[in-house]
Design a binder for this molecule. Structure first.
Ligand SMILES: Cc1cc2nc3c(=O)[nH]c(=O)nc-3n(C[C@H](O)[C@H](O)[C@H](O)COP(=O)(O)OP(=O)(O)OC[C@H]3O[C@@H](n4cnc5c(N)ncnc54)[C@H](O)[C@@H]3O)c2cc1C
Length: 520
């Protein structure tokens, strides 16, 4: 029986693990954290769940890509998936204007025309470009013979250049650019193709999962175990052993019994060598490079990965709120303080919070944890900045070691930022009674997922770093493949597509496409 080791249990890692286990491979997933899912995981306080990196899932309606993937992975029937408001799953709010994004690209176009009739010609042009860009991607369309030149073309132009070509009115540019928060790259750097594919899959359908992304991760783990695979928690890969250019084993540090809930809070531990015929790395390629021996990859590749900019980071504010939250029950809110691109660009600071994103996935659960006297769970995301956060820390050490960064300066900076953000939310929603609030910073993200500089979506998916320069799934080391949002697109769909592309290298991409097309 062939053995595979998967480093990391994010969406891409778990999807790869299940795909291999379904093929009869003996699969072991190594996860540094205590819970599966990477960005999908929920954490709990007093029995109330707080989602970290899941708010909704796109293209999960019947016949669409994620619907097929979940069916193919064998978990769809165990998930309860419900649509958000089809007339406005995302609300993009500026001073004096709120635009509700409906399901359906043509409905979106109609809504834009009715709001901005003077831009009708530009809207028709924009929608044509959007459809062409979304149609360029092979895995997204389950059509692998599409010419790669078209992907290079749509990833070579910036969202800003397309918006400037199509529109005069800064308000329509602001609305469309607003959704760039979904992949964390401001319009001047955002590849139009990335914008198109990410927004397109949510416009196909925007759904919630009962239990959040956590439920998806738990069901993938259950499926993996049912197929004979295993997952080890608090097992941090520290080295990939390479012999004659072939990856042959992963050395993982497994924490000893420890009362602490944090991934790095190890008492004594031991290192285990896992031999493998295939290693799938769901960690960021920068981290994978650290796991490999010197010289395993070409100097040019090492330089490219080391120089690659990680994506932007965020501050998460986890609140329990009493008040009128009806808009969040079935839509997400993007709140910009101005139409300027600066609102997307500028990190929040204790002085100003130019943009925030509000969502409440828990409110969409039938069980509605935290509802009632305890208020509803609301998550706000604001722009974070690794430099601001790490400047307060003595030493950021290795992921999982909070003692090394939680200095008094860090606590003070975090408290000031939280206070400023809460002030902004209260001014915007005066009826809100915020019963509790705690914040995560880029250092928290880095600690729990290992994402470099706390990057929200791993890689900075910019014009300069996509197209020909994207980080690869396949590296020079034989039997090693990389999956996850850093080598694909941000989001669950993007990360899962990398799993199919990677496992396609082993068992044949066309075979997987055929199977996906046949999913009922
Ligand atoms: C705030 C926020 C909101 C988001 N909202 C949405 C949304 O609504 N919809 C959507 O589709 N997407 C959303 N996303 C994006 C989505 O969650 C991610 O793109 C996706 O889950 C990433 O999956 P991944 O496969 O790249 O793995 P990751 O989630 O990055 O997981 C990688 C895993 O590898 C583990 N790991 C790393 N190094 C090691 C090591 N050495 N040894 C062992 N384990 C290791 C980590 O602990 C982690 O579990 C959001 C992200 C964030 C941050």
């Amino acid at each position: 029986m062939k053995r595979a080791v998967v480093i990391g249990s994010g969406a891409g890692g778990l999807a790869s693990a299940v795909l291999l286990a379904k093929r009869g491979w003996a699969v072991t997933v190594l996860e540094q954290h205590t819970r599966a899912g990477g960005f999908l995981h929920r954490f709990f306080r007093g029995g109330v769940g707080y989602d970290t990196g899941f708010h909704y899932i796109g293209s999960a309606d019947k016949g669409q890509l994620v619907w097929r993937i979940l069916g193919h992975l064998g978990v769809r029937d165990r998930l309860t998936v419900r649509s958000l408001d089809t007339e406005g799953f995302d609300r993009i709010r500026f001073p004096g204007l709120e635009f509700r994004v409906p399901v359906g690209v043509d409905r979106f176009a109609e809504r834009l025309v009715s709001t901005f009739p003077h831009e009708a010609v530009g809207i028709a042009r924009y929608i044509e470009l959007h459809k062409a860009a979304a149609a360029a991607y092979g895995w997204y369309n389950l059509q692998l013979d599409l010419p790669v030149e078209e992907v290079l073309r749509v990833e070579g132009m910036s969202l800003r250049s397309v918006l400037n070509d199509c529109f005069q009115d800064e308000r329509i540019r602001g609305i469309i650019a607003g959704q760039s928060a979904l992949y964390g790259v401001p319009p001047r750097d955002a590849p139009f193709g990335v914008h198109a594919i990410v927004t397109d899959h949510f416009m196909q359908s925007a759904m919630t999962i009962e239990g959040g992304g956590d439920r998806l991760a738990l069901e993938l783990v259950r499926e993996l175990r049912g197929l004979g695979g295993t997952i080890q928690f608090r097992a941090r890969a520290e080295r990939i052993e390479v012999q004659d250019g072939v990856a042959v084993a992963v050395h993982a540090r497994v924490a000893g019994p420890s009362p602490g809930p944090s991934p790095g809070e190890r008492s004594e531990g031991r290192t285990i060598r896992h031999e493998a015929d295939l290693i799938i790395a769901n960690a960021h390629p920068k981290h994978v490079l650290d796991l490999l021996p010197d010289g395993a990859t070409r100097p040019a590749y090492r330089e490219r990965v080391r120089d690659a900019l990680p994506g932007r980071a965020h501050i998460g504010i986890y609140m329990r709120v009493r008040g009128d939250l009806s808009a969040l029950a079935s839509s997400n809110l993007y709140r910009f303080t101005s139409f300027s691109e600066d609102a997307i660009e500028t990190p929040a600071s204790p002085e100003s919070v130019p943009f925030w994103f509000l969502t409440a996935p828990g409110m969409r659960d039938a069980a509605k944890p935290g509802q009632g006297a305890g208020g509803n769970v609301v998550l706000a995301l604001i722009q974070g900045d690794w430099k601001q956060a790490s400047a307060c820390a003595d030493d950021v050490g290795v992921p999982g070691d909070p003692a090394r960064y939680q200095t008094p300066e860090y606590a003070e900076w975090k408290a000031a930022l939280l206070a400023r953000a809460l002030e902004a939310f209260r001014a915007d929603s005066p009826d809100w009674e915020i019963l509790s609030a705690e914040a995560s910073t880029p250092l928290t993200t880095w600690r729990y997922t290992g994402s470099p500089e706390g990057a929200t979506y791993g890689h900075y998916h910019s014009v300069a770093q996509m197209g020909r320069c994207r980080l690869p799934i396949k590296v020079r080391v034989k039997n090693l493949l990389q999956v996850g949002h850093a080598v694909g697109f941000p989001g669950i769909c993007g990360a899962m597509m990398t799993a199919y592309a990677a496992i396609g290298e082993i068992i044949g991409a066309e075979q997987l496409v055929t199977e996906l097309k046949e999913v009922q």
